[in-house]
Write a protein that binds this ligand. Structure first.
Ligand SMILES: [Zn+2]
Length: 391
């Protein structure tokens, strides 16, 4: 007979097993048939439905192919606006939102949270109106040239100050791709340099601005968020918690591990994992799932991005399991994000299991005549989400 441990039992289980204190609030842990009596590891876990606070869905056939994988596991996602042309105005966002809604599988209640692409000609009134009508949840800052389709991004921060000041007034968060694009700066240093050269001066200039430092990949980024006061949060991807730059470059180049910001040294990967499982409410999941066709990845100059939507939650569970922190997975994946964005947490839940059978994650998905390779962590997935999308 299945038994559900109450919160206290779940916490006590964790303490006995790991010999450390755990936070007062924990995920609802369903121990199932295994675990509690025999002192075996947790093999079932029910958490509030996660949200993805950084997602690329693209458009057209790609949107139709990748959206079901996110909608199957996540309740909401912050949708990146770097289309060609980018989602710049409220009317662009409304049209893109409708295309996403039209591409959803029947019966899905997934909610896209739209963002606007900040340009040097963005109109503060348009942003304010879009926020007031709840059409947009955030504005995205791409330094010009930083990543895929970022040519329209910001070159001179001075020119976007009126928009940032209005956002501070109304509490609308700014999502930041935190890398400088100066060709003189080494690609592995671009995040750390961005913090010093761009982000800190910007936050001093607009002190009330609420900022999400996205896809943090360095120890410096983690520390900046930890020490940055109330108005800042950081998203972490699962792939940056799984791979370091050796996985990308040693023993042959692996284009499917190439993303931006690029994976860093092992010490940074460990810092990201520590931040994710720390219980610090300033860190939450943003997968940065970023599909490109294999034809565009496997090129002399291949595109940057890892497609992680199908296995992101299973991988997150695996990381938290390895770190002895399954009781904090719900905070990271489902609670910290809504709290920062001032939204209620999801009302529904998902069930994760670790039962010795591997998740039904394909190695690739079809997009028209082409394929998109699913992120392969290089080891078997031990956790899986019970429900998988119908295709
Ligand atoms: Zn991204």
């Amino acid at each position: 007979m299945r038994r559900r441990a109450d919160l206290t039992q779940g916490l006590r289980f964790c303490q006995v097993r790991r010999g450390r204190l755990v936070p007062a609030r924990a995920a609802r842990i369903d121990l199932g048939d295994a675990g509690w009596d025999g002192g075996r590891a947790v093999t079932e876990l029910t958490i509030r439905r996660p949200d993805d606070w950084h997602l690329h869905l693209r458009d057209g056939a790609m949107l139709a192919a990748v959206l079901p994988w996110t909608a199957a596991h996540f309740g909401r996602a912050i949708i990146m606006p770097n289309l060609v042309p980018p989602v710049v105005t409220a009317s662009d966002a409304a049209a893109y939102r409708q295309r996403i809604m039209d591409a959803l599988p029947p019966g899905s209640d997934f909610q896209p949270l739209m963002t606007l692409y900040l340009t040097e000609t963005t109109d503060p009134d348009d942003v304010a109106a879009a926020a007031a009508s709840e059409l947009v949840t955030a504005v995205k800052l791409y330094p010009a040239g930083a990543t895929t389709n970022s040519a329209s991004g910001v070159r001179d921060i001075e020119r976007v100050l009126p928009v940032l000041e209005r956002m501070a007034e109304i509490g609308l968060p700014l999502c930041v791709h935190g890398e400088v694009t100066d060709p003189e700066v080494d690609i592995f240093d671009r995040e750390a340099v961005f913090l010093e050269r761009v982000l800190e001066p910007l936050r001093r200039r607009v002190p009330g601005l609420r900022v999400v430092l996205e896809h943090v990949t360095t120890k410096e980024g983690v520390e900046y968020v930890q020490e940055g006061g109330r108005g800042i949060a950081g998203t972490l991807t699962v792939h940056h918690m799984v791979i370091n730059r050796n996985h990308l470059l040693a023993g042959g180049i692996r284009p499917h591990y190439y993303c931006l910001p690029v994976a860093k040294r092992e010490a940074h990967r460990l810092a990201l994992r520590a931040a994710a499982v720390s219980g610090d409410g300033r860190f939450f999941l943003g997968t940065d799932s970023a599909p490109h066709t294999d034809a565009t990845k496997l090129q002399p100059c291949g595109c940057a991005g890892c497609f992680t939507a199908p296995n992101a939650i299973a991988l997150a569970a695996q990381v938290f399991d390895e770190e002895g922190a399954l009781d904090r997975l719900e905070d990271f994946a489902s609670l910290n994000g809504p709290a920062f964005y001032r939204l209620p947490p999801s009302a529904s839940s998902i069930r994760l299991v670790k039962d010795g059978t591997l998740g039904l994650v394909p190695s690739e998905i079809e997009v028209g005549a082409d394929t998109v390779t699913v992120f392969d962590p290089g080891f078997p997935l031990t956790w899986r989400v019970e429900e998988e999308p119908s295709q």
